[in-house]
Design a protein around this ligand. Structure first.
Ligand SMILES: [Zn+2]
Length: 141
C-alpha cells in the first residue's frame, strides 16, 4: 500500500457511502476484465439532484478508494454537475495520479456511475413518453 498517496489510504481506512440504496432511482454495474474488479453504483435522484449515491466494489484498493471518492463528490450535486465529474477530478480528490497500472479504477467507477444515471434517465424518459402518449390519446378522442 506504500505506493498509494495518503488520500487514497484515508478512503480505504474510512470508505464513504459503501452499500446499496433500497429502491434506487438508478443502478449501474461495470466490470473491468484485466483486473477482475466489479463496481456497482445505486443512486437516488430527486428534482435533478443526486440525493444519495452508494457503491459496492469488489476489487483492488484503487477501485475501492476511487468509488469512495466519487460517491463523496457527486452526493448533493446536480445531475448535470455529477455527470461531468471526470477521471482527473477523482485523481485530484485522491491526491494525484494513481500508481501505474491502477488507472482502470477511475474508468471502472465512472462507468458504473454513468450507467446508474443512464438507468435513471431511461426510466424517467420512458415514463414521460407513456404520459405523453396517454395525453395524446385523450386529446385525440
Ligand atoms: Zn483493480
Amino acid at each position: 500500500m506504500s505506493n498509494y498517496k495518503p488520500q487514497v489510504v484515508e478512503h480505504l481506512v474510512r470508505p464513504y457511502n459503501v452499500g446499496e440504496i433500497g429502491s434506487p432511482s438508478g443502478i449501474g454495474e461495470s466490470g473491468e476484465a484485466t483486473c477482475g474488479d466489479v463496481a456497482r453504483f445505486t443512486v437516488r435522484i430527486s428534482k435533478a439532484y443526486v440525493e444519495d449515491a452508494r457503491y459496492k466494489v469488489y476489487g483492488c484498493a484503487a477501485s475501492i478508494a476511487a468509488g469512495s471518492a466519487l460517491s463523496k463528490m457527486v452526493r448533493g450535486r446536480s445531475l448535470i454537475e455529477a455527470a461531468k465529474v471526470s477521471k482527473l477530478d477523482i485523481e485530484n480528490a485522491l491526491g494525484g495520479p494513481l500508481p501505474v497500472g491502477k488507472e482502470h479504477a477511475l474508468v471502472l467507477v465512472l462507468d458504473a456511475l454513468h450507467k446508474a444515471f443512464e438507468d435513471y434517465w431511461n426510466k424517467e424518459a420512458g415514463a414521460r413518453l407513456v404520459e405523453g402518449y396517454r395525453g395524446y390519446e385523450v386529446s385525440g378522442e
